[in-house]
Design a protein around this ligand. Structure first.
Ligand code: PLP
Length: 435
């Protein structure tokens, strides 16, 4: 199928899959196998020399994952992708792949807590230093944090839990002026709402656990590249030096359109091993089939709920770029014309005891730590996702003590609003009669 001409809604169902090559199965088959028969020794040599595409062992490649990888590549407008076992594996492999061997990363603190902890604690233990951006909304702040040893800027296109929008074009410019890539975590918008490559990002990572999978039933991560960045500019010798996994050839010359993800596959997946299972790849593919339909509806529900909350006396602030006076509105109009996603934060106007009652009283919303599910979810980041951060880091990350994060699903929006209404009332000691 020549995919270049198909639009997003078609690619999400058909991209990267040719039934003819899979016994005409209309649904992508689950290749539930650890190994693949080699056939004969000549074939093994051809596969090893990258002269023939073939599968040997599911840690370094599997046909079900291959379809998922091609599908996200098509949806993203990239040139190659790699699937891994979780979003954190995607973030950590992407950052290691640029900064291994003592490099540095520049990032804002307004990050998913797992990423924040990776950057603050784990990467420094591996001799990868992180220089923090003071103001995530100011592109100049990124420039100030860069040193000669910086290997990438890493940021979220929509920050968690602040719901701030990254000025991708400006930050990409800063990165490129310094010969380094911009790596973005695009989990919140998904490629349906935002394609970071269109604005100069070089590597896009996902937790497919969230809206891509969309049903809260499986962990997964994806890393996507395009072929714009020059990895042979002297800052990344590990991409061009003789590679023992490629007959001591230059990996960048062998895979000019896929060097980043190939390196992750043959080094990190092969040697660290955070591989996605074929069954989980199948579930993520199932989720992606309905991505645009779910996200459109979630965005509509979210916009209504943001408006409702912003008029509620028990709510001191609401962060969602759809609101008229939101500080990210201008950036959202540029980068997210189809909607600013299904996740919002709001400040509860009250004390922790009242917040406890609010969370305990929700009946439709699930109280849990996930986002991007087709079911609506609520959590208090400072007590859950960001609970391991120091108070100072919580403030920097935007996990304020009174902040509640909602991830809006595809339920009937009136039921969601009535659920919030009764829980907010109960938190203040008022009881609303059930309808
Ligand atoms: C959830 C999440 C991650 C981590 O993904 P897992 O699949 O849970 O490992 C990374 N980044 C963002 C923005 C996330 O929401």
């Amino acid at each position: 199928m020549s995919e270049k001409n198909y639009r997003f809604e078609t690619l999400q169902l058909r991209g990267g899959y040719d039934p003819e090559k899979h016994n005409y199965a209309s649904t992508v088959p689950i290749y539930q196998t650890a190994s693949f028969n080699i056939g004969n020794i000549e074939r093994l040599r051809r596969i090893r020399n990258y002269e023939e595409k073939g599968f040997l062992y599911s840690r370094s490649g599997n046909p079900t994952l291959d379809v998922l990888q091609q599908r996200i590549t098509a949806l993203e407008g990239g040139t190659s992708a790699i699937a891994v076992a979780s979003g954190m594996a995607a973030v950590s492999y992407a950052l290691l792949n640029v900064a291994e061997g003592g490099g540095e990363i520049v990032a804002p603190a307004a990050l998913y807590a797992g990423s924040f902890n990776l950057l603050k604690y784990t990467l420094p233990e591996l001799n990868i230093k992180v220089n923090w951006v003071e103001d995530p909304n100011d592109p100049e702040s990124y420039r100030k944090a860069i040193t000669p040893n910086t290997k990438a800027i890493f940021a979220e296109t929509i920050g968690n839990p602040l719901i701030n929008v990254l000025d991708i074009e400006k930050v990409a410019e800063v990165a490129h002026e310094n010969g380094i890539p911009l790596i973005v975590d695009n989990t919140f918008p998904t490629p349906y709402l935002l394609k970071p490559f269109d604005f100069g990002a070089d590597i896009v990572v996902y937790s497919s656990t969230k809206a891509l999978g969309g049903h809260g039933n499986t962990l997964g991560g994806l890393i996507v590249e395009n072929d714009k960045f020059n990895w042979d500019n002297g800052k990344f010798p590990h991409f061009t030096r003789p590679d023992y996994k490629a007959q001591n050839k230059n990996l960048y010359e062998l895979f000019p359109k896929a060097v980043f993800t190939t390196r992750i596959r043959i080094h990190y997946l092969s040697n660290f091993g955070a591989v996605l299972s074929p069954f989980d790849a199948f579930l993520i593919l199932q989720g992606i089939e309905t991505l645009s339909v779910r996200v459109d509806r979630e965005v509509r529900n979210t916009e209504e709920i943001a408006k409702y909350l912003s008029n509620h006396p028990s709510v001191s602030w609401v962060s969602h770029p759809s609101l008229k006076d939101d500080i990210n509105r201008g950036l959202a109009e540029k980068y997210l014309p189809k909607g600013a996603g299904s996740i919002l934060s709001f400040g509860f106007n009250g004390n922790q005891e009242e917040i406890d009652v609010f969370l305990d009283s929700l009946k439709v919303f699930s109280f849990l730590v996930n986002v991007g599910d087709s079911k609506s979810l609520a959590t208090q980041p400072s007590e859950t996702t960001h609970g391991s951060l120091t108070d100072e880091d919580k403030a920097k990350a935007g996990a304020f003590s009174n902040a509640i994060r909602l991830s809006i699903g595809i339920e009937n929006v009136q039921d969601l609003i009535e659920d919030l209404e009764q829980a907010l009332a109960k938190a203040k000691g008022n009881f609303i009669e059930e309808k």
